[in-house]
Design a protein. Structure first.
Length: 411
């Protein structure tokens, strides 16, 4: 066995006064952000990434460079003997650094071979649990685990997955008048569903001047009139007989469902003191990803425990069709796809809907591990959001039904 290095970084009392710079070695994995979060937690000076030909690690390299961390990329082979020889080159080239192996990710063969090599050299090995965000030492074994620092930001996390933020979105809370409006809409969700759906449709069909004429049956709808009156009091539109004027694009978007994004964002904003693990929060983040520059907008985005949390907010009515092409199911599948593409294995997603979801849509969401909160459940939105941040998996449908009955009983 090779002689243990005298500057073992895991026993700081034994370190010389001049400590060599710390470096991590990691096997790249496109579905994990554990390499970046560990690097920032340990405040390393260099990251050495082992990756296959064809892996796109430009996003990870840029995040490291922007944080002042040098990043070296080594293309590796699946051939075990070649891989062992490459590791020997790394040990020689970086002999003046304190090397640690991040065994949290990567192709299993490479990870196992690297673990074997680091153990034989008596060099430290650790693993980041992607669900608990805990740093566990594999070697030496007598060191305590610790929780990672929350240093990653939303744009950095997305960049690790090769998605660029083109618009950072909004981070400030709502004005008081709008908070009162959105709370009124949520408090009266059962009574206002149809009226809000009509307003949603009107805003979507407004003309280039952001105006829409009420249909005769809409003009006589007292619920819709009540909704329009509340939006007008908040300064978000004007009603002149049968003509509704949304005034500008920002207000039209707000009436078309943007208000629910703002409400969800505001509730999470208020949860930050109760849930200090929420390290970054934004609404309306726009991103571009891939060589084709595919664009997406994320309604509400948060980082908590170094895990991406995506929330999609819907105010439209979903049909009760029971097939994959149904609007509700399509929204769930889209959300599941974004979760995987932008956040990897540890990402979480939630669908918040003002209108009821069909049992089919709820089941599809549960199958994909997507949390959901709809219609009368919005009365307990704060509870459902807290559950979203604190639990790994959505509650079972049986448990959700029990919670729904309790909520109805209280009313």
């Amino acid at each position: 066995m090779p002689e243990a290095r005298a500057n073992n970084p895991q026993h700081p009392d034994e370190l010389p006064e001049t400590t060599p710079p710390l470096a991590h070695v990691a096997v790249y994995d496109k579905s994990s952000a554990g390499i970046a979060s560990a690097a920032l937690d340990a405040n390393i000076s260099r990251l050495i990434v082992l990756h296959r030909h064809g892996d796109n690690i430009e996003g990870l390299k840029r995040v490291m460079r922007d944080r002042g961390i040098a990043c070296d990329a080594w293309t590796v082979s699946f051939d075990p003997q070649e891989f062992r020889r490459l590791l020997d080159k790394i040990f020689t080239k970086y002999k003046d650094l304190r090397l640690q192996f991040n065994a949290s990710s990567g192709y299993r063969l490479m990870a196992v071979l690297a673990l074997e090599a680091f153990r034989s050299h008596q060099l430290p090995i650790f693993v980041i649990d992607k669900y608990t965000d805990q740093w566990h030492w594999v070697y030496p074994q007598d060191l305590d685990a610790h929780h990672l620092a929350h240093r990653l930001k939303i744009h950095e996390y997305l960049r690790v997955f090769n998605a660029e933020v083109t618009d950072p979105g909004q981070r400030q809370g709502e004005p008081t008048s709008q908070r009162k409006l959105t709370q009124w809409l949520v408090d009266n969700v059962e009574k206002l569903s149809a009226g809000l759906a009509a307003l949603n449709h009107m805003a979507m069909r407004a003309n280039a001047e952001h105006q829409r004429l009420l249909e005769p049956h809409q003009a006589d709808n007292p619920v819709l009139r009540d909704v329009l009156s509340q939006f007008e009091k908040a300064g978000l539109l004007k009603v002149n007989d049968r003509q509704v004027d949304f005034i500008n694009e920002k207000n039209r978007f707000y009436a078309n469902g943007g208000w629910l994004e703002n409400h969800v964002f505001s509730v999470i904003y208020g949860l930050r003191h109760q849930l200090p693990a929420i390290q970054d929060l934004a609404r309306g983040v726009e991103i571009a990803r891939g060589d084709n520059n595919v664009r997406n907008e994320l309604d509400v985005t948060a980082l908590a425990h170094n895990r991406l949390h995506i929330i999609e907010c819907k105010t439209r009515r979903f049909s009760h069709r029971k097939d994959a092409g149904a609007p509700g199911a399509s929204a769930v599948y889209r959300l599941g796809s974004l979760k995987d593409l932008l956040g990897g294995l540890s990402a979480k997603a939630m669908l918040v809907s003002y209108q009821p979801l069909s049992h089919y849509t709820e089941q599809r969401a549960s199958d994909l591990g997507i949390f959901h909160c709809a219609h009368e459940q919005l009365h307990r939105l704060r509870f459902h959001l807290q559950t979203f941040f604190e639990q790994d998996k959505p509650p079972s449908r049986k448990r959700r039904t029990h919670q729904r009955k309790k909520t109805t009983h209280r009313k």
